[in-house]
Ligand binder design. Structure first.
Ligand SMILES: NC(=O)c1ccc[n+]([C@@H]2O[C@H](COP(=O)([O-])OP(=O)(O)OC[C@H]3O[C@@H](n4cnc5c(N)ncnc54)[C@H](O)[C@@H]3O)[C@@H](O)[C@H]2O)c1
Length: 309
């Protein structure tokens, strides 16, 4: 059975470990932060229990996840390495260089970058053909999608292998034809976030209203019928007429987001500071974490009953 090594045991690293351990794989996780490493087992068990696994079973599954204090210890026992370190190119380059010193030339390396170009992530690698973009969504043990993409130098056999392994895990795997920053999902997501910020800036509505509109309309439709199927369903002439009228009014901004600049400048950085686009009174973060986890699981369960094509 494949043994996975995960470099970076933060939010995504521990979440991917949970997904792999639940599927029966052994996982070793390395993180330079002692506190992150020390809390790994507990965080894995908590994630499993949130998903309904009994405490006894969670303990058994969590035993498949072990902590490695050094990168060398991880490299020694990994058939596939997952990179889940912070989203900064220079950090990824340092980690990949250190990793390549310690693993064989053919060990696959999966980068969990959200929006960086895979080609740029692979720059400086001795064996860039082994780097594959494998983008999991948070929480990885709940959301089924994994996007797989090559960098310019990636050997397509590594891409195929990643897709096969992920399919075997029961993931919804999509394969991109080429390297694009943001894969598919984050491009769609941030096109929407850009437009939402533009609406705020134009004084059309407040942030709460944007979430209300989304959750009471599009969020209900999209799990059942995606935007492409819906475009066909309403007819492509109507889709084109709407776009011809609307597209000139949509944000096409490529940088500088005054709403965010003002909030960040005032020290309002969201959940962590108690205020952001919305107020974050005590308890809101636990409530959002619970809704994220339980709400997505409920949606998945109901989707299984309605799925077609
Ligand atoms: N947070 C999300 O929702 C999300 C979703 C999909 C993909 N991602 C991507 O996953 C990656 C990790 O994001 P995250 O949210 O888990 O971040 P995080 O900050 O929670 O975790 C990153 C971990 O990497 C560790 N780290 C830092 N330097 C390291 C080094 N040199 N070697 C090994 N570990 C090191 C940190 O100690 C930390 O524990 C990023 O590329 C991010 O864009 C994040």
């Amino acid at each position: 059975m494949i043994r996975f090594g995960i470099v970076g045991g933060g939010l995504m690293g521990h979440g991917i470990a949970v997904a792999l351990a639940e599927a029966g794989f052994g996982v070793v996780v390395h993180d330079p932060d002692p506190a992150t490493l020390a809390s790994l087992g507990e965080r894995v068990e908590q994630a499993l229990e949130r998903g309904g696994t009994s405490p006894d079973d969670a303990r058994i599954v969590a035993q498949r996840v072990t902590a490695a204090r050094t990168l060398a210890a991880l490299a020694d026992c990994s058939d596939i390495v997952v990179e889940a370190v912070p989203e900064r190119l220079e950090v990824k380059h340092v980690v990949l260089a250190a990793l390549e010193e310690r693993v064989s030339a053919v060990t696959p390396v999966w980068s969990n970058t959200s929006v960086l170009s895979l080609t740029e992530v692979a720059e400086g690698m001795r064996h860039p053909q082994r780097l594959v973009g494998v983008h999991w969504w948070n929480p990885p043990y709940v959301i089924p999608l994994v996007e797989v993409a090559p960098g310019r130098e990636t050997d397509h056999r590594f891409v195929q292998e990643a897709c096969d392994v992920l399919d075997g895990l029961g993931r919804t795997t999509v394969r991109l034809g080429r390297d694009v920053p943001g894969f598919i999902g984050n491009r769609l997501q941030f096109a929407l976030v850009r437009e939402a910020l533009y609406l705020l800036e134009q004084g059309v509505c407040d942030a709460k209203t944007i979430d209300t509109v989304m959750r009471a309309s599009l969020a209900l439709r999209w799990p059942a019928v995606g935007p492409m199927e819906n475009a066909d369903f309403i007819g492509l002439e109507l889709t084109k007429d709407i776009l011809d009228s609307l597209a000139p009014h949509l944000s096409a901004r490529t940088g500088g987001f005054p709403v965010l600049d003002a909030l960040i400048g005032a020290g309002h950085r969201g959940r962590v500071t108690g205020a952001g686009l919305l107020p974050w009174p005590k308890g809101r973060d636990e409530d959002v974490a619970r809704r994220l986890d339980a709400g997505i699981r409920d949606n998945l369960a109901s989707l299984r009953n309605t799925r077609s094509a």
